[in-house]
Design a protein around this ligand. Sequence first.
Ligand code: CDP
Length: 200
Amino acid sequence: MLIAIDGPAGAGKSTVARAVADALGFTYLDSGAMYRCVALGELRGAEDPLAAQIDLGGGRVTLDGEDVTEAIRTPEVSERASQVAARPEVRGHLVALQRAMVRDGDYVAEGRDIGTVVAPDAELKVFLTASPEERARRRAAQLGVEPEQVLREQAERDTRDATRAHSPLQPASDALRVDTTGLGIDEVVARIARLVQAVR
Ligand code: CDP
């Protein structure tokens, strides 16, 4: 079974998807981490960033055997990830890897295009949203920086993700929208768990 959780930055996807996967005993797939790995490779001047081995097992992210779990979370990598994610050859490569990963077993996969491109047949598709201000507040608290700065960078990234020609961020027509503004994480997880029960 596959549960797709898509949505913009700061909507709570990672936390929610991880918690839902834990609650159900499913495997969690963070597709954004893969775009971040390609971005990190490029920033480091790798000759062919797409040739690098990305491993998401055990709650850590490794790139050619190096643990990059923290290194891929910097604002610089976030910015570059959203740029590389607009390139068709990057998307084609990573989408193929993601499809192979979720082919067998039970997954909660999180990203921008899981329900639309990677797994249009997912049994449940959730589109998580929250107001831009709330999303920026959450991300700023995570990074320990000012919300105003995050809000500006986030708006740029939102626009790029939503307007790119290739797989723009948009909800699948059969996705269920969950607005997390003002909701605690437990409430969101419980809501999605109920949606899962309904399709199981
Ligand atoms: O955590 P946050 O939502 O900020 O980012 P992420 O999920 O780690 O994804 C980083 C970047 O990769 C995003 O800005 C998207 O441009 C891109 N991405 C994508 O295009 N498709 C996905 N399935 C996942 C991420």
